[in-house]
Design a protein around this ligand. Structure first.
Ligand SMILES: *Cc1c(COP(=O)(O)O)cnc(C)c1O
Length: 401
């Protein structure tokens, strides 16, 4: 088999940092992926929440092809039109004021941390400012992003990590409040914890943290890398909470497949933090990435993606609740919009279920402590939810205890 050969070659040439599923993906169409053997898969992972518009969107592909022929890269020493338009659109949909484009989520977090530190430094001319981050959080793999990631397993081999970071319990306001002192410069969290197991912030918690931040002139940094870009039915998950961050990090679906991230700042932070020379990137925000972001934001509007997510996510929730009612080993359903999780009892392995689902043509991933994670393209229809539920039902039936 050709696929087996490719997999062997991969293990010889690519550093083994992933235990990959045993398929070689070849192409995609709509919400389906096809492997090199021609087998079809319904995609409920969307490349970890990246492919919001699915695969093969003609308008998007055409926009990228046009930009390739025109101009791919210039560096940030010059202006380019696509990224200016992308930044304007991102400011408009977020209600925030200034954008710095990066190549990944990790870099967006790095930049957000630097901006917060510089803001505090400019204010009191001291260093050693502290960041409060959350237990079970995930913010990326660079040393700075690891330093604020609340998963000891990811962090420990690489310690000491930069900066002074204290970890609070997520959704526990007292735990955050007890860590605040005159050195605290930022409180950082995902609006909905993704890798940690699909835990949305509770409204009172986020409102309470925002109040703490305002009282102490601490910056609120929200990581919207996974939960942002329409996934919950609003452009950004925090927009449902009636609060606003001082800095937001986004990536994943921002480029819908083109590697691009951003940190977006409120004006008061932008005006007194990173200045020329303080931060930079060669690739970040190049014309190609700009064309992608700009087109993605246009298509979200034209295709009424937010309205669609609000509608279809109710149906996904309903089908997941039905599965939960039927199988007692499903302990909980959590999530908002099209970011959903089913937590399983430890006797049933989410990893094994996702492997079996794959054999039956359904791509699912896991999160946190034994949670099945649902992050489909935002363009899924009812029939796809039904197809997913049917396959999952077949797999779960085999696990019935
Ligand atoms: C994926 C993710 C990141 C890291 O993004 P990369 O593009 O992989 O660097 C950071 N935060 C959250 C919440 C994520 O889901």
């Amino acid at each position: 088999m050709e696929a087996t050969k490719w997999m062997e070659q991969a293990e010889e040439a690519i550093l083994h940092t992933y235990n990959r599923f045993p398929i070689v993906l070849d192409h995609g169409e709509g919400v389906y992926l096809y492997d090199t053997e021609g087998k079809k898969y319904l995609d409920f992972a969307a490349g970890i929440g990246v492919q919001a518009l699915g695969y093969g969107n003609k308008d998007y592909n055409d926009a990228l092809k046009t930009q390739i022929d025109k101009l791919l890269h210039t560096s940030n020493l010059y202006y380019n039109q696509p990224i200016i338009e992308a930044a304007e659109k991102l400011c408009r949909v977020s209600g925030l004021d200034r954008v710095f484009f990066t190549n990944s989520g990790t870099e967006a977090i790095e930049g957000a941390i630097k901006a917060a530190k510089k803001y505090a430094y400019d204010k009191d001319k001291t260093t050693d400012h502290e960041i409060i981050a959350m237990e079970h959080s995930f913010h990326g793999r660079s040393l700075g992003a690891l330093a604020v990631t609340g998963n000891a397993h990811y962090r420990e081999p690489f310690e000491p990590l930069p900066g002074i970071v204290k970890f609070a319990e997520y959704n526990h306001l007292e735990s955050v409040a007890s860590l605040v002192n005159e050195k605290t410069c930022a409180i950082l969290m995902e609006t909905i914890q993704g890798e940690g197991g699909i835990y949305p912030a509770e409204e009172e918690f986020l409102a309470g943290v925002k109040k703490l931040c305002q009282e102490h002139d601490i910056l609120l940094i929200l990581d919207e890398i996974q939960c942002g870009m329409g996934r919950t039915g609003t452009m950004f998950a925090w927009q449902e909470y009636g609060i606003k961050p001082d800095i937001m990090a986004c990536a994943k679906a921002l480029g819908c497949g083109v590697p691009v991230g951003a940190f977006v700042l409120a004006k008061h932070v932008a005006d007194s933090s990173l200045k020329p020379g303080d931060h930079g990137t060669t690739y970040g925000g190049n014309p190609f990435a700009g064309a992608a972001v700009s087109k993605v934001l246009d298509l979200f509007e034209q295709q009424k993606i937010l309205e669609h997510v609000k509608e279809i996510s109710g149906y996904l929730k309903k089908r997941l609740e039905e599965l939960k009612a039927e199988y007692p080993f499903i302990r909980a359903r959590r999530g908002r919009g099209l970011m959903q999780g089913l937590e399983l009892e430890s006797a049933v392995s989410a990893g094994e279920i996702s492997a079996k689902a794959l054999e039956q043509g359904l791509i699912l991933i896991t999160a946190g402590n034994n949670v099945l994670r649902f992050l489909p393209p935002l363009i899924i229809e009812k029939e796809h939810v039904d197809e997913m539920a049917e396959v999952l039902q077949n797999v779960l039936r085999e696990c019935r205890q």
